[in-house]
Design a protein around this ligand. Structure first.
Ligand code: SF4
Ligand code: SF4
Length: 383
């Protein structure tokens, strides 16, 4: 077998991007200190035009994408959102709006429904207005979110609520679930922070201790049991942080395998965090989505397993988790090729253990966190 034949034999088979995430903007009225947007987002204030987004949606659908997420930032700040929703419906996408609820009105919910939006997810910061608004950096956020969660349900959508969980609200698990029951929620995602972007910057002040996590998980399980006994259809989805696992997640189901994110300025990414990696990613303004997905060096960088160093290279679990998350490997070890340190086989797993120990003794209050706003963002790119 020649070298070329050998390389061809081991080349991974590339399927279409089934899931397209359109990050329409980095603008957002809120300031969550766990936001997954890049720390230096304020220097990327260019946004694709409506026509450019329509072209992205069309190209994605032609390639086989079926699921479409509108996110940000806060996607509602884009005045062309109804037009993009209409286009998505005409193209046959199943579309989902991921929103803080700020900027939403009852009329907009109805207009989005009539334009063909399939699903709306409203995020909350806590179960009470004081903590919710302190974390969000907005005095009016909580009441607005309550009103919009109700409006979504009244419009005939399932009520899907998302709570990002961290050490300052994890004690509210029971109250959060009570609130969701009162609202008549259908699905509740209780997602502990994943440490990228602003959450990585604030990790010491956000990461729950092991004891907090165990208590919260027990509370969720107890409430699941009670809901089931009461015949409630409300579903609780509790997402635990990687940092308390011994094996990494199969990040994005494998690099460049299903997910394609397009950032506000048109940069195409294999996941919404990948912008932090020292890799040059293509832009939809200068390349077709087809050539970005199949041919660009950025998207081919971590496909397959030939890039893997040890211990992943000879590991019999590499087909399950693909070596974990490249962004997490980069953030924690400085080299994105390394095994994700969440893995107990990683020589750098002690970084995870150190973070767990730090979480047991952390004292940072909400006032010590770096909030996601343009002023703080500018500090990061000015150095
Ligand atoms: S996490 Fe918070 S700050 Fe970031 S986009 Fe969502 S609502 Fe805005
Ligand atoms: S060594 Fe690598 S491939 Fe094996 S389980 Fe750990 S992260 Fe996964």
């Amino acid at each position: 077998m020649t070298g070329t034949e050998s390389a061809q034999a081991s080349a991974p088979k590339i399927g279409p991007p089934l899931w397209l995430l359109a990050e329409l903007t980095y603008r957002c009225p809120l300031q969550c200190p766990y936001c997954s947007n890049p720390l230096d987002y304020a220097q990327n204030d260019q946004e694709l035009t409506t026509e450019q987004w329509v072209s992205v949606l069309r190209q994605g659908r032609e390639m086989g994408a079926a699921q479409l997420g509108f996110s940000g930032g806060e996607p509602l700040v884009r005045q062309d959102l109804p037009e993009l929703i209409t286009e998505a419906r005409q193209l046959g996408y199943y579309s989902n709006l991921i929103t803080s609820g700020l900027g939403l009105t009852e009329d907009k919910v109805l207009a989005f429904r009539d334009a063909g939006l399939d699903h709306i997810q409203v995020s909350f910061q806590a179960s009470d207005p004081e903590l919710n608004n302190a974390v969000a950096g907005s005095r009016k956020a909580f009441e607005q979110k309550l009103a919009m969660a109700r409006a979504v349900k009244d419009a005939g959508y399932p009520m899907v609520l998302n709570f990002v969980i961290h050490r300052h609200n994890i004690h509210q698990m029971t109250d959060i679930i009570d609130l969701c029951e009162r609202l008549g929620a259908d699905y509740v995602e209780l997602a502990t922070c994943q440490y990228y972007g602003w959450a990585f910057k604030n990790r010491e002040g956000l990461m729950p201790s092991k004891a907090q996590l165990i208590k919260a998980e027990a509370e969720v399980n107890e409430r699941r049991r009670m809901l089931s006994e009461a015949g409630s259809a409300m579903k609780l989805i509790f997402v635990t942080p990687d940092y308390y696992e011994e094996r990494p997640k199969a990040c994005m189901n494998g690099w460049g395998s299903l997910f394609l994110t397009v950032a506000p300025d048109g940069t195409a990414l294999p996941c919404h965090s990948a912008r932090l990696l020292p890799i040059e990613f293509p832009n939809v303004q200068s390349q077709s989505l087809q050539s970005i997905w199949y041919d660009s060096p950025g998207f081919n960088h971590y496909r397959g397993d030939s890039w893997m160093p040890e211990p992943c290279r000879s590991c019999d679990e590499k087909g399950k988790d693909f070596g974990g998350c490249r962004c997490q490997a980069y953030l924690l070890t400085g080299n994105a090729d390394n095994a994700d340190p969440v893995c107990s086989k990683s020589p750098e797993h002690d970084r995870i253990l150190a973070a767990r120990r730090a979480a047991d003794h952390a004292t940072a209050g909400l006032e010590d966190l770096s909030y996601r706003n343009p002023t703080n963002s500018r500090l990061f790119y000015r150095g």
